[in-house]
Design a protein around this ligand. Structure first.
Ligand SMILES: [Zn+2]
Length: 111
């Protein structure tokens, strides 16, 4: 990976981390417990709980993504970014542009 590509990835990672952090900060209220309101029907309540579960799941996935992005940024600082953790070969730049947090190359990921 060229120095220019590394700079590009650092910008991309920093940007994505900021976006995910902002999203998580804004969505904290949506996962608040569903009030058991007897004035709404059982179906609406089930619906509200399902929506809440989906929001929780989305949030959990986003938190996982955030930690992966932070790890990728740390690897970039250590000069290990872009190297497959399994075969130690360079991960294709196009793959990294699509998935900056990727830790394995396309070949290893397909195994
Ligand atoms: Zn590999």
């Amino acid at each position: 990976m060229t120095g220019h590509q590394l700079v590009e990835m650092e910008i991309l990672l920093t940007d994505e981390i900021r976006q995910v952090e902002a999203h998580l900060a804004n969505s904290s209220d949506s996962t608040a417990a569903v009030q058991v309101d007897t004035s709404i029907g059982r179906l609406s309540r089930a619906d509200a709980m399902l929506t809440q579960e989906m929001a929780k799941e989305a949030r959990r996935r986003m938190e996982q993504r955030l930690s992966k992005l932070r790890l990728a940024l740390a690897r970039l600082d250590q000069g290990e970014f872009g190297l497959c953790v399994r075969c130690k070969k360079e991960i294709g730049f196009e793959r990294l542009q699509m998935q900056a947090e990727a830790l394995v190359c396309a070949g290893c990921a397909a195994e």
